[in-house]
Design a binder for this molecule. Structure first.
Ligand code: A4P
Ligand code: MG
Length: 152
């Protein structure tokens, strides 16, 4: 089976954020049949959402993998858990050592109980859109349906 190009968003706002992102990149690159093919700049972003919390470091990765969306999600959740061992009890929406989101998975649309791809946050998160552009993906205007993304 040939590899598909996936875009994975990393976020961290607890602990040594830069080191957490570095380890996440390494861990993703070490997954079976998976390679990190590119990375956006790491950027510091103001927290959005209802919980008052510290600024995030965010980064988008271009990942080539033959894993299925479900298998990749399981692997990313395990990487989050491994990074989370040093953190305080997580508050929903609140600070987290590491968050890994699947933003795009080839040209697939996935709508299951545990996975929505393209990620619904894409239309609203300017930093994701900026990071995708750095990786050569041109998201359409925020008002447009994120499903009609064009890659170039
Ligand atoms: N899930 C569904 N679709 C996906 C997908 N495309 N990728 C499910 C990954 N996971 C997906 O995730 C909960 C469940 O979402 C997963 O188990 C999976 O089955 P979670 O990360 O444990 O839950 P959460 O943190 O409560 O929610 P979520 O949606 O990840 O939080 P957000 O929306 O990512 O918000 N501010 C800045 N500046 N930068 C940030 O990165 N992040 C958040 C977290 C808040 N504010 C932020 C940032
Ligand atoms: Mg998440």
């Amino acid at each position: 089976m040939s590899a598909e190009r996936v875009y994975v968003a990393l976020g961290s706002n607890l602990g040594d954020r830069a080191e957490t992102l570095r380890r996440a990149r390494e861990a993703i690159d070490a997954l079976p049949d998976t390679r990190v093919a590119g990375a956006s700049d790491v950027e510091e972003t103001e927290p959005f959402g209802p919980v008052a919390q510290g600024p995030f470091l965010n980064q988008m990765l271009a990942v080539d993998t033959t894993l299925s969306p479900d298998a990749l999600l399981d692997a990313l959740l395990a990487i989050e858990r491994a990074a989370g061992r040093v953190r305080d009890a997580a508050v929903r929406w609140g600070p987290r050592t590491l968050d890994c989101d699947i933003v795009l998975f080839g040209d697939r649309r996935v709508e299951t109980e545990r996975l929505t791809v393209p990620h619904p946050g894409l239309a609203h998160r300017d930093f994701w859109r900026r990071e995708l552009r750095q990786l050569g993906v041109e998201p359409l205007d925020a008002d447009d349906d994120p499903r009609s993304l064009a890659t170039r």
